[in-house]
Design a protein. Structure first.
Length: 462
């Protein structure tokens, strides 16, 4: 940023502050056509957000993130927004279209180079898999990490993905750290060696490669993909419960525009096809910001209390130290935490693919989407480590693993409410993490079997 930009920013921030003081609360905000331009980040109380959510959505204001501990919701507005919404807003910062993220965050090319570098440095442990192409033809890559990676195996799979939303640059750093941590500690740390040798770990650091390009070249606050210059929010585009509970927008200019039809976007399809192939037991989708662990369902209230997804989500939230260095992350379903979400990846994975799926929103509102790299990158990725490591440990403890000729099998808790249909992989194996207890396994044309799971994996041939 040069000197005149700096003074312009200073002036504009003062102007915004004055505008807020003199129009006073209520602050008048409204909708303008989506365009690349300057934006204001403002915050309102979470109560006002809940009360006025319909108006806020109607006006096309962009939800940015939440600070549940201090009861604020952050919103982004375009600079020309001036119609009566009468929000009691506080200014946070003005963001110029010329602003760029801290240059130490990654471009899609830098991510690809890093993944290829891992595969070259650790040829027995890591392989790069192209999982599809973006709308503009960029490659989307996954890194596969497992012992003797070149030899097929039937170990249970886990998926970590980042950057559905382009401006959430820290959401790529966490998956990259997972890869780095596992590869550099293999053979030195007994837990890491065990995880890598007993599971298949898949890491997609950057799904929205086109959106990321826009963040670096035209708008640091770009969230969606690159569809037709307006973009689709690929995390509102998954086909399960698409457009069913006011959890996305039909307005093409809105930042949570769901797209013209379910799974219309190539990036959405790339992830869906990949999940369908690898049948992961767990997924974490990394986003920012809000210091949250969110579990299904974002739309509707299908999650039964006591099922596996909820206690594991709560345990992970308790394991992540917040940016204040003291408190922990908050766990819950999206409708309870703040608002409903439809068409997101977690609901689709959980409902359609039987993946135990989470969204983790890293960083607090005070750090926002693009925290200073040197100040926040390392502390953020380190604080998230206990959460993903908790899932890897679960895969070596309360796991039911086995073989079957059926295409899916049912696992039902004996004298309990948990019941889940698990897909059988193409090689005839299946894997499911459960709570400790006794379970009946059944499948079409198979004799049911009962197993008891305590704290080590149980193998069943059905
Ligand atoms: Zn996000």
């Amino acid at each position: 940023m040069n000197k005149s930009q700096k003074s312009q920013r200073h002036f504009s921030q003062r102007k915004l502050l004055l505008a807020l003081l003199f129009t006073a609360s209520p602050f008048f905000l409204g909708m303008s056509p989506a365009k690349v331009g300057n934006r204001y980040m403002i915050k309102i109380t979470d109560q006002e957000f809940r009360d006025r959510q319909a108006d806020i959505r109607k006006q096309g204001l962009d939800y940015a993130g939440v600070d549940l501990k201090n009861h604020f919701v952050y919103l982004l507005s375009r600079d020309a927004d001036l119609v009566p919404l009468a929000l009691h807003a506080q200014p946070v910062q003005q963001i110029f279209s010329s602003d760029r993220p801290d240059a130490k965050y990654k471009t899609s090319d830098q991510v690809a180079t890093k993944l290829l570098g891992y595969a070259a440095s650790f040829p027995d442990l890591a392989a790069v898999l192209p999982i599809g192409k973006s709308l503009e033809g960029r490659d989307i890559f996954a890194l596969k990490i497992t012992g003797k990676v070149q030899t097929p195996n039937s170990r249970p799979a886990i998926l970590f993905n980042g950057m559905h939303h382009a401006r959430e640059v820290m959401s790529t750093e966490v998956p990259l750290d997972i890869a780095d941590y596992l590869l550099t500690n293999y053979g030195k740390d007994a837990s890491v060696t065990h995880w890598v040798d007993s599971t298949q770990i898949y890491i997609i650091p950057m799904l929205n490669v086109d959106g990321n390009h826009l963040v670096w070249t035209s708008d640091s606050m770009w969230r969606k993909n690159a569809r037709d210059g307006v973009g689709v929010d690929i995390n509102r585009n998954y086909p399960f419960a698409w457009n069913t509970c006011n959890g996305s927008s039909s307005n093409r200019n809105a930042d949570d525009y769901r797209g013209p039809s379910p799974a219309s976007e190539p990036e959405t399809n790339a992830l869906m096809n990949f999940v369908t192939q690898i049948h992961p037991v767990f997924d974490i989708s990394f986003h920012s910001f809000g210091e949250l662990v969110i579990y299904p369902y974002g739309c509707g209230s299908h999650t039964e209390p006591g099922t596996i997804v909820e206690p594991i989500g709560r345990a992970m939230a308790d394991l992540i130290t917040a940016d204040d260095g003291r408190s922990k992350y908050t766990a819950g379903i999206a409708p309870d935490l703040l608002y409903s979400v439809d068409g997101d990846d977690n609901d689709w994975m959980y409902h359609e693919q039987h993946v135990i799926a989470y969204t983790i929103e890293v960083n607090a509102g005070s750090q926002g989407f693009q925290p200073k790299y040197d100040r926040w990158r390392d502390s953020t990725v380190k604080r998230v480590r206990p959460a993903w490591q908790y899932l890897l440990n679960k895969m070596s403890s309360t796991l039911i693993t086995g073989t079957s000729h059926a295409s899916s099998i049912r696992i039902a808790e004996v004298n309990g409410r948990y019941s889940e249909d698990i897909k059988v992989n193409e090689d005839g194996t299946f894997h499911a993490v459960v709570n400790p207890g006794s379970y009946e396994l059944s499948g079409p044309g198979r004799h049911a079997k009962i197993v008891t799971v305590v704290k080590t994996p149980v193998h069943v041939d059905l």
